[in-house]
Design a protein around this ligand. Structure first.
Ligand code: IPD
Ligand code: CA
Ligand code: CA
Length: 275
């Protein structure tokens, strides 16, 4: 019996973990290469992509098509198949700027949603051998390194002054809109981290390593697995006004729960106007 089935997780979640593991091995084999071999190039003026992003997405897409031919797929690097029912949301390398620069802090993120409800998610952090896994109603766990699975739970920090919070740097036009939110949180929190991978920020929040995370301009592949992970670990996810998320293509505030009101107080004035 596998570790995940002992925890009550489904075969689908076990498939997501196995697929993310395979992609992690592929991505790690490319990490030591030079930037020429990695084929580092600019997708837009500020957005890098490498051959690892494409090859890992192809690998994950092939595994999904073979196992679930009727499922949809939404991948950051363009793999997209429609389906009215279940859809896999894949970021083959989250933290590409780190990866391209040889910094070993990036993730493979694989999630399954069904009619807008996240079902399971895996965030693999290959350089650290850490695998964060969540399934709706079954909780979230950290697997890795041969140690026993650790059940994830968000922190209990309630004072923003004691909180380690994280954010990211989205592309324009959201980047300019984001800048005025960072100063106040540097002044009011314990410290701010900008480590370069939204998926890992969310996994770390679920694990109680970070206390809150906020960023605008996120895409479904950045956050699908992470949102479920935070919720299954007891945390809270909303927009910057504190309202439920209407989409995963959005600005996001995720926290341990007790910190949510203080974070909303800082961010609400910067929230995107409602349509
Ligand atoms: C990016 C990272 C980064 C976040 C950006 C994302 P990518 O994803 O998650 O931390 O600030 O908004 O686009 O391009 O490395 O997959
Ligand atoms: Ca990403
Ligand atoms: Ca990516």
């Amino acid at each position: 019996m596998s570790t995940l089935s002992r925890l009550g997780f489904s075969d689908t979640a076990a498939f997501a973990l196995e697929t993310a593991r395979e992609a992690a091995v592929l991505v790690m084999s490319i990490l030591p290469e030079s930037s020429t071999e990695k084929q580092v190039r600019l997708k837009t003026t500020t957005d890098l992509v490498t051959r690892a992003d494409h090859e890992a997405e192809q690998l994950i897409a092939a595994r999904i098509r073979a196992r679930f031919p009727d499922h949809g797929l939404l991948g950051e690097e363009g793999t997209s198949t429609d389906g009215a029912g279940p859809c896999w949301v894949v970021d083959p390398v989250d933290g590409t700027a780190n990866f391209a620069h040889g910094i070993p802090w990036f993730a493979v993120s694989v999630a399954l949603e069904d009619r807008g409800i996240l079902q399971c998610g895996v965030i693999a952090v290959p350089p650290l051998g850490e695998y964060f896994v969540a399934e709706r109603g079954r909780g979230a766990y950290l697997l890795g390194g041969g140690a026993a699975p650790v059940k994830l739970a968000v922190s209990e920090t309630a004072d923003l002054g004691q909180a380690l919070v994280a954010t990211g740097l989205p592309r324009e036009p959201e980047r300019s809109r984001h800048v005025p939110t960072i100063g106040p949180l540097i002044l009011r929190s314990l410290e701010v981290r900008i480590m370069g991978a939204a998926a890992i920020h969310l996994a770390y929040l679920a694990a109680g390593r970070l206390d809150a995370f906020w960023e605008p301009g996120l895409q479904p592949w950045d956050v699908a697995a992470g949102v479920l992970m935070v919720e299954e670990a007891g945390g809270r996810v909303s927009d910057w006004a504190g309202l439920p998320l209407r989409s995963l293509r959005t600005e996001m505030l995720a926290s341990n729960g007790p910190l949510h009101p203080a974070m909303v107080q800082v961010l609400a004035g910067h929230a995107a106007a409602s349509p």
